[in-house]
Design a binder for this molecule. Structure first.
Ligand code: NIG
Ligand code: FE
Length: 398
């Protein structure tokens, strides 16, 4: 097995709290386990050693980071990459006053059904490559733009080529040609049977215009009976009971959490369910940003993800999400990076990624910057100078 010593790292964010970290403004609470003047040794696909460059062991090859920063690869725990077509005109209409509504999903459903397997596959491959080049090394992908037994199963089969973290979202919206009752029967019956072999998770869009809390409860229960684990889209467009349901069921994560009542916040704090915030959605729909600061201060665990999809948010950039989380949701830069990496991994119940420590998968991002702070300090600037995924350089190291 070949080993690689990455040295000359000006600042390494490990997410490993055993590193005491510097005493300055970069990470006042020690969340990121920063190590200055650091080195990392990769052995095959895993991390073998982390520490000060001055005491690094020898390795087969050496890469000099030249005084730049290294962070863990992003873990994007929420995306909808299996689709065809785009809705740029819907976005333009929104920016001139139209509201966002769940119904727009049906436009993408028609385009997705019309696409061939090969077209879907190459489209997802292009988006995954786009993400990887921006530092995302782990991701979740949902179905939800097929909404027939065949189209949901093939969407998940396509997603499985790119990640183990695939999510069955047959309950995205009720298709135009059926009733809600019949559709829930389909989702919990034949569609679930066809989807389950390709999925790890099951999700429901619990919202006005999509599925109510009783339907969501029934769909999640059916998923659990078929070996899938639940997650939920909730409280995105309105206040509602979705977040409470997620907390009651002890789901690992509930996503969006834009409209939260005080009871929702305390339920999340008590259950430990992660609130996955998706700031790109608020950016792209002109809804108010959730107050991550209030959530964190109340003891809620917070992750951030892209929600990359053609309707409510078509960004694949976790760096943009970090900048928005810092500026608009009152997260500290350290909390935002942690939420996009270690907490994304927690939201997928993964302990092999999101942390730079011995034994973890060698997923690292080299930034063209002296500190991770530049992710929010220099918003919109492409700062990724290289990416290692499972120990392999997958984006040019410059
Ligand atoms: O996460 N909220 C539901 N689903 C997606 C949007 C889907 C769409 O508009 O196409 C979301 O925002
Ligand atoms: Fe989503």
């Amino acid at each position: 097995m070949t080993s690689v010593l990455i040295t000359g790292i000006r600042e390494l964010a490990t997410n490993d709290a055993t590193h005491p970290g510097p005493d300055d403004h970069r990470d006042p609470t020690g969340l990121l386990g920063l190590v200055d003047n650091a080195a990392v040794v990769l052995e095959g696909s895993t991390i073998a050693w982390v520490g000060p460059a001055s005491s690094a062991p020898a390795a087969d090859t050496v890469y000099d980071a030249g005084g730049r920063a290294v962070i863990p690869g992003y873990v994007d725990s929420h995306s909808h990459l299996v689709f065809s077509g785009d809705r740029a005109q819907e976005f333009a209409a929104r920016m001139t006053g139209e509201p966002y509504s769940a119904g727009g999903i049906r436009t993408t459903v028609a385009d997705t059904r019309a696409a061939s397997d090969e077209q879907l596959m190459s489209h997802v491959a292009r988006l995954v490559a786009e993400m990887r080049a921006q530092g995302t090394t782990s991701l979740e992908i949902k179905s939800g733009y097929g909404l027939t037994v065949h189209d949901e199963a093939r969407s998940l089969a396509v997603a499985r080529h790119f990640t183990e973290d695939t999510t069955f979202l047959g309950a995205h919206v009720v298709p135009a040609d059926t009733t809600p009752e019949d559709y829930v029967d389909l989702v919990t019956g034949p569609m679930l049977t066809a989807a389950a072999p390709h999925a790890r998770w099951i999700d429901v869009f619990c919202e006005d215009g999509a599925f109510d809390v009783d339907q969501a409860r029934a769909i999640l229960a059916a998923g659990t009976d078929n070996g899938l684990r639940g997650r939920l889209h909730a409280n995105q467009l309105t206040y509602g009971a979705g977040v409470q349901l997620a907390a009651e069921l002890g789901l690992v994560a509930v996503d969006h959490c834009t409209y939260l009542a005080d009871d929702d916040v305390s339920a999340l704090a008590d259950s430990g369910t992660i609130a996955t915030l998706l700031p790109g959605v608020e950016f792209s729909t002109r809804h108010p940003y959730p107050d991550a600061r209030a959530l964190i201060d109340a003891g809620v665990r917070v992750a951030i993800a892209s929600d990359c999809n053609p309707g409510s948010c078509f960004t694949s950039s976790m760096a943009l999400c970090i900048a928005l989380a810092v500026r608009e949701m009152r997260m500290s830069p350290a909390e935002a990076l942690h939420a996009a990496t270690a907490m994304g991994a927690a939201a997928l119940d993964r302990d092999d990624v999101g942390v730079i420590a011995p034994g973890k998968r060698a997923d690292l991002v080299l930034l063209d910057a002296p500190s991770y702070l530049h992710l929010a300090y220099r918003p919109g600037v492409p700062l990724v100078a290289g990416v290692w995924q499972g120990g392999r350089p997958v984006a040019p190291l410059v």
